[in-house]
Write a protein that binds this ligand. Structure first.
Ligand code: FPP
Length: 242
């Protein structure tokens, strides 16, 4: 197991695209919703493991701005899982000193979910352990547009002046959680080679690790394999090889 004392390059921020819950269930002849239940259980396991290994920030892609296109029953089920998780499992975060954060568009989320998110954020805001950022009603493009809007609405400048002043830093500083560093490593399960609109702005220099495992089967050993692969990569941030 990787841990804080190994001295290898540990990513500060890991993002995970938890894909394959539906296929995991279908392969077992079960309802897709069962895959999401198992997916949530696994999220807990991996959150705990990541925290033990000294990861400081973990962003989980829970529900995208595109996921609303799924069957209403599945959407309702995922939302109820998230709600239950935030209400009944706060002890889990407390015990592990984990701070819960949210990224995503609050417009479009139901009032009860929003209030649970607010509660979880408030209850855990002083914890000094890992930050878990739940990407819920999240889309990378949507996040960039919202950041640009925040920037443009900041000052009393004319539209022309504001547009001229807009730069990369202006977007970065107006993302949902500007204090969270950019992800170093993005893990994607279930074998697709796509970004799926996840952390588009922040992942400009992230390393990707893709595994065929469906999310409910992604184990702590798989997490260690991803961390080992990350530690072995040379990150150049666009610069030349030494
Ligand atoms: C992808 O599987 C997963 C989702 C759409 C999100 C569901 C995530 C959870 C239930 C975990 C929630 C975690 C927390 C911490 C609240 P898929 O249905 O797209 O799989 P498929 O591609 O095989 O159909």
């Amino acid at each position: 197991m990787f841990n804080k004392t190994d001295g290898v390059a540990l990513p500060r921020h890991v993002g995970i695209i938890m894909d394959g819950n539906g296929r995991w269930a279908q392969h077992r002849g079960r309802a897709r919703t069962n895959g999401h239940t198992e997916g949530l259980k696994n999220a807990r396991r991996i959150v705990e493991a990541a925290s033990r290994r000294g990861i400081r920030y973990l962003t989980l892609f829970v529900f995208s701005t595109e996921n609303w296109k799924r069957a209403a029953q599945e959407v309702e089920f995922i939302m109820s899982l998230v709600k239950q998780h935030l209400t009944r499992e706060l002890d889990f975060y407390r015990e592990n000193h984990i701070r819960v954060r949210h990224t995503g568009d609050t417009d479009g989320l139901a009032a009860d979910i929003l209030s649970e998110i607010k509660q979880a954020l408030g209850d855990t805001q002083d914890f000094d352990g890992m930050h878990v950022i739940l990407a819920l009603n999240y889309g990378g493009r949507n996040a960039i547009v919202r950041a640009a809007r925040r920037f443009l609405l900041q000052g009393g400048a004319t539209a022309r002046e504001a547009a001229a002043a807009l730069d990369e830093d202006g977007i970065t500083q107006n993302m949902d959680n500007p204090d969270v560093p950019e992800p170093d490593l993005i893990i994607r399960t279930a074998g697709e080679f796509r970004t799926s609109n996840f952390l588009l702005w922040e992942a400009a220099y992230a390393e990707y690790f893709i595994t065929d495992k469906f999310w409910p089967d992604f184990s702590t050993e798989d997490l260690d394999a991803a961390l080992a692969a990350y530690a072995a990569r040379e990150r150049r941030f666009g610069a030349m090889t030494r």
